[in-house]
Design a protein around this ligand. Structure first.
Ligand code: 13P
Length: 283
């Protein structure tokens, strides 16, 4: 069933678990994620990044997501990941996304509050939830890159002010993760998560969660993270399975045969994450 991000994340916030938000770009990825969610009776968020929208188009992503959600027994939200501007957010809402992120982290605090409030005013009127970002998460998500020296951790006092002034549904915080592949082991600032949770008492979002050790993810969830974004780990599962299949079947020319093991590999990766995040059985 199609639901808003708010419905999913409020339950996660109240009951202290996290829901996976997995980046989707095509039918196989959508199906893999939905099958994993149904098998584990887990709520799930399908999200499209800037690159995903460019690759598949807003309409394809929206229609794929809506069809998958309509046929699913578990709650499914369709979310815009790192929305860059007001117009793009409106386009996604128009096509049926039930959750949007407005990433105003490139602005100063005032500018970020302003753009977030502008989006919320419209989104709330049509029942769509909003995620914002405070602090700057490092790494590369498609064509958006924040290098290490420009990545800044979220200030808890600013988070409190931001939450109070905008009344945003969920907040992405910068606490040591980065988008894409890690060179070393990421070190999360757990105290910061705890303080931000205590001060804001709202659903918190962790971006760049691929490659973060399972122990760190579990601890982050126990301290108040409720939405966990995963892209890179699914790309790895997908491409490794495709490479393996082609190596073993060099004469294969059937995309269905080539993509079936990739879909299965992604589904298994998603199921593993759902267990780790604590969303299994929460649908
Ligand atoms: P990863 O690619 O590190 O999983 O990050 C995904 C993400 O945060 C999308 O916003």
């Amino acid at each position: 069933m199609l639901v808003t991000g708010r419905e999913i994340l409020q339950d996660a916030h109240k009951n202290n678990y996290a829901v996976g938000a997995f980046n989707v770009n095509n039918m196989e990825i959508v199906q893999a994620i939905i099958e994993a969610a149904e098998e584990t009776n887990s709520p799930v968020i399908l999200q499209a990044s800037q690159g995903g929208l460019k690759y598949a188009g807003v309409e394809y992503v929206a229609e794929l997501g809506k069809l998958a959600a309509k046929n699913a027994k578990v709650p499914v939200a369709i979310h815009l990941d790192h929305g860059t501007d007001f117009e793009q957010v409106m386009l996604c809402i128009r096509h049926g996304f039930t959750s949007v992120m407005i990433d105003g982290s490139r602005f100063d605090l005032e500018g970020n509050i302003q753009i977030t409030k502008k989006v919320i005013e419209v989104a709330r009127a049509v029942g769509v939830s909003v995620e914002a970002e405070l602090g700057k998460i490092g790494g590369t998500e498609d064509h958006i890159t924040v290098d290490e020296k420009n990545a800044t951790f979220t200030d808890p006092k600013e988070a409190k002010r931001f939450a109070d002034e905008t009344n945003v549904d969920s907040l992405a915080i910068a606490v040591g993760t980065a988008h894409g592949l890690y060179k070393g082991e990421p070190k999360l600032d757990f105290d910061r998560i705890k303080i931000i949770k205590e001060m804001t008492n709202m659903p918190l979002v962790l971006h760049g969660s691929s490659g973060v050790p399972a122990d760190s993810i579990k601890k982050a969830v126990s301290l108040g993270i409720n939405k966990i974004n995963i892209d890179t780990d699914l790309r790895i599962a997908f491409s490794n399975a495709v490479k393996e299949f082609i190596k073993e079947n060099p004469d294969s020319i059937d995309p269905r045969k080539i993509l079936s093991p990739a879909k299965l590999a992604m589904k298994e990766a998603v199921i593993e994450k759902m267990h780790l995040f604590g969303s299994v059985g929460r649908a």
